[in-house]
Every structure is written in structure tokens, then in C-alpha cells.
Ligand binder design. Structure first.
Ligand code: NAD
Ligand code: HSO
Ligand code: ZN
Length: 400
């Protein structure tokens, strides 16, 4: 049965199901370094790799295998996303309030590790989605980890983008061990300040577990989509949107909530031809009810096949991405603004990957021109209230 009526209690797999196994993998990498990476790559990917890290010369040679048509497609999307991220790059904000000049200045993170998932042939689009905002933000060093292909090499498209982006190194390792390696460092892997990127449940569980030493962007696991549709929606387009996201694997979470039993039956009839993936369809009383469910479930993607969508948009709070009206989620996957999106309900507290993931706001207090007496007095009082007498003196010795 591929189409199930109603909603499940939970997603088919979650971090909690694999944390113990992933913890063991991480410990193994911490102790044995490169040796563990080579061994685990043999175990999980079935590939012997002697050298983990690919330098620019090797990347150049792999990228020469890329056909011109795909190269042009990458260039086109690269240019589009670069322009988008340049145009939303935040400015420093320095203002004067009551004679005090202060503000926020943005600084790029020094070293970022980008995880690019394996899939069937690699996810070059993910490198675009993470690497372009990182570059525009001014990240100094970018490292990429991606699982090796069956032949031991990596996707020529990933190699091409890595070259174009000027990344420092590409590591041909995937899974939880790749995350552990970038978090703790090994003989051939540089320890980074932040790890970003989507992947399967092992990859995301590893990101979750290494937060004692490295920042992460969030949990971006197996793909999720909820389609909300009214009676005017086109069942064929809905089915395509659902099957497209199911294409990512067997752990995807794909749901249709519709007010129309006719739409439900028609979509179900199309999806029934897919024997591999699982889909959920529920008939709801109203679009408002569907939106309540969406906010509770907090899916990665939401597709809104609803007339008068403007009426509902402000009430949609907990989703990673919204495709409205006739826009397929698959378009967001390739032209963004970003397809690196929270799953497993994490959309309740964070959204898509953005340029802000690669920037740190630094708090700066410049000169104090006219000393606002009341403000200085307030500072001294609060410092003393906290028991920090020297804090109070340090301010008082300058401003009285
Ligand atoms: N949420 C998002 O933003 C987003 C974006 C793109 C893709 N995705 C998801 O990323 C995932 C990609 O998954 P994938 O598996 O193709 O690639 P992946 O790179 O995430 O994982 C593959 C690696 O997992 C490791 N592995 C495999 N089996 C294992 C096991 N039993 N124990 C430990 N490690 C194991 C292997 O080392 C392998 O190289 C899909 O689920 C897709 O839906 C999510
Ligand atoms: N749908 C994925 C996010 O869940 C992103 C993606 C990349 N390539 C194709 N699709
Ligand atoms: Zn996709």
C-alpha cells in the first residue's frame, strides 16, 4: 500500500532512532582519525579510498569530465543565486542613540564545512545553495565533504562548482563519519567552525551530536512535503509535486491535506502507481484546519494549491519553504532562494539556510560623545545590583 488515508503519529524515521549507532561512529573517528574514515567508507559506501582529500589539481581533472550542457546550467543558476545573495547581504548598522554611537557589524565565519549529500549521483545543487551564500558572506575557507561515487571519484559537477567557488578542499567521504571528521579534525581533515548541509538521518544525527565543538545550521534530514489543496487544485500537478519530493528516498514524509474528496481520490489514483514510496492523504474540513495541522507538524516544504492563498499566507508560521499557487517545490530545489531546509519539526524554531548562517553580528560601541548622565547612572546602579562593584567603578572612573 503506497497511499495511506490519514496522518501518521510521527515521521518514519527520526534522529532518536540512530543516535546510539552514530555516537559510536563519532567516537571511532575521534580515536582513529583517517584510518577510521577509510574503514567506514569501505563499510558504508563499498569503496576503497586511499586519499581522502582532493586538492585543486585533482578537482580540475575530475571537473573536465563534466559535459558542457550541465556546466552551462550550473553557471546559469550560480549567477542567479549569487545575484540574489549579494542583494540581500546585510549592511552594518551603526547609529547614534542619545549621543552614543553603537551598532552591529557583520563578520564572516572563518572556516565552514559543507556537507553535500550522496543521493544517486551527488547533489551539486546543494553545493550551490550552501556555498554561494557562504562566499557572498565572506567566509574565508570552505571545505566540502561528499560521499564517493561507486568508482571512488566524486561527481564532476560537484568538482566543477567547488573549483568555481574556490573551496579549499573536497573530501570524498560521506555519512556520520564525514561530519565527525570536520567537527574534530583528523590527519587530513581540517577542523571547521561551522558545519552546514542536508543529508540522511545518520548525517543529521551526527551534526546534532557534535555540537559540543562546532556550530551547525540545523537539522535538515529526509525530505518532507505537505501539499494543502482545495477543490480547484489540479490533481496531476499535486501528484507530480508529491512524487518529485518522494524521489529523494524511502524515508521521505509526503502528505496531501485537501478539502475535496474528489481531489484526494484523483491524486491517490495517480500515486497508487508508485509501489516504492509512501504517501499520506487526509481530507480536512477547511483550509484553516489544514494550516493548523501544518503549523503543528512543521514540515520542510509546504505547497499551497489553494485559490485566494493571500488570505492564508500570514497564518503559515512553521515551515521551511512555501511554494505558492502553481510553483512546484522542485523549482525551489534548484533556484532557491534555498533548498537546505529544516525537517523533523525543526521548522518550529528555524527556517531555510541563508547568508546569516555564515555571518556573525558583532556588537560594537564606538565613542560616547555627549555622556547621557541618566544612562551612566542606570549602568552603575544595575552593575551594583548584580554585585559587580568593579564594573560600576570601571564606568564611573571615566564618566563620573
Ligand atoms: N532537508 C533538506 O534540506 C534536504 C536537502 C537535500 C536532501 N535532503 C535529504 O538528504 C538525504 C540524502 O541522503 P543520501 O543517503 O542519499 O545521502 P547522504 O550523503 O546523506 O548519506 C549517504 C551516506 O550515509 C552513510 N550511510 C549509509 N548507510 C549507513 C548506515 N547504515 N549507518 C551509517 N551511515 C550510513 C554512508 O557513508 C553514505 O555515504 C535524503 O534523505 C534527502 O531527502 C534533505
Ligand atoms: N528537495 C530537496 C530538499 O528536501 C532538495 C533537492 C536538491 N535537489 C533536488 N532536490
Ligand atoms: Zn528535491
Amino acid at each position: 500500500m503506497t497511499v495511506i488515508r490519514g496522518l501518521p503519529e510521527r515521521r518514519s524515521i527520526g534522529l532518536v532512532d540512530v543516535l546510539d549507532r552514530v555516537r559510536e561512529i563519532i567516537e571511532h573517528v575521534k580515536i582513529y582519525g583517517d584510518k577510521a574514515l577509510i574503514e567506514l567508507t569501505k563499510k558504508f559506501d563499498g569503496v576503497d579510498i586511499e586519499k581522502i582529500s582532493l586538492d585543486r589539481e585533482e578537482l580540475e581533472s575530475i571537473s573536465r569530465e563534466l559535459d558542457e550542457r550541465t556546466m552551462n546550467a550550473i553557471d546559469e543558476i550560480y549567477g542567479f543565486l549569487e545575484e540574489f545573495y549579494r542583494s540581500i547581504k546585510p549592511f552594518d548598522h551603526i547609529v547614534t542613540v542619545n549621543g552614543v554611537r553603537l551598532g552591529i557589524v557583520w563578520r564572516g565565519i572563518d572556516r565552514v564545512g559543507i556537507y553535500v549529500p550522496g543521493g544517486a549521483r551527488g547533489y551539486p545543487s546543494t553545493l550551490l545553495m550552501a556555498g554561494i551564500p557562504a562566499r557572498v558572506a565572506g567566509v574565508r575557507e570552505i571545505y566540502v565533504a561528499t560521499p564517493p561515487l561507486r568508482n571512488g571519484s566524486i561527481s564532476p559537477a560537484i568538482a566543477y562548482i567547488a573549483m568555481k567557488m574556490g573551496v579549499e578542499r573536497v573530501y570524498r567521504i560521506g555519512g556520520a563519519h564525514a561530519i565527525a571528521a570536520m567537527a574534530y579534525g583528523t590527519e587530513s581533515i581540517v577542523k571547521v567552525d561551522k558545519i552546514v548541509g542536508p543529508g540522511n538521518i545518520y548525517v543529521q544525527a551526527a551534526k546534532f551530536l557534535v555540537q559540543d565543538v562546532v556550530a551547525i545550521d540545523g537539522i535538515e534530514g529526509p525530505t518532507e512535503l505537505i501539499v494543502v489543496a482545495d477543490e480547484y487544485a489540479d490533481p496531476e500537478k499535486i501528484a507530480f509535486d508529491m512524487m518529485a519530493q518522494a524521489e529523494h528516498g524511502i524515508h521521505t514524509f509526503i502528505v496531501l491535506l485537501t478539502t475535496s474528496s474528489i481531489v484526494a481520490d484523483r491524486v491517490s489514483a495517480i500515486l497508487d502507481r508508485d509501489y516504492v514510496h509512501r504517501y499520506y492523504i487526509d481530507v480536512v474540513g477547511s483550509i484553516d484546519e489544514a494550516i493548523e495541522i501544518v503549523n503543528r507538524v512543521a514540515p520542510e516544504h509546504l505547497a499551497l494549491h489553494v485559490r485566494n492563498w493571500e488570505r492564508y499566507i500570514d497564518r503559515i508560521r512553521n515551515v521551511g519553504a512555501i511554494s505558492i499557487d502553481d510553483i512546484p517545490p522542485a523549482l525551489i530545489d534548484y533556484i532557491g532562494p534555498n533548498h537546505i531546509l529544516p525537517t523533523e519539526g525543526w521548522a518550529r524554531s528555524r527556517g531555510c539556510l541563508t547568508i546569516y548562517d555564515f555571518l556573525k553580528p558583532v556588537s560594537v560601541l564606538f565613542e560616547v560623545e555627549v555622556v547621557p548622565r541618566s544612562l551612566i547612572e542606570a549602568v552603575k546602579i544595575l552593575a551594583e545590583y548584580e554585585g559587580f562593584v568593579i564594573h560600576s567603578k570601571s564606568v564611573g572612573v571615566r564618566y563620573g
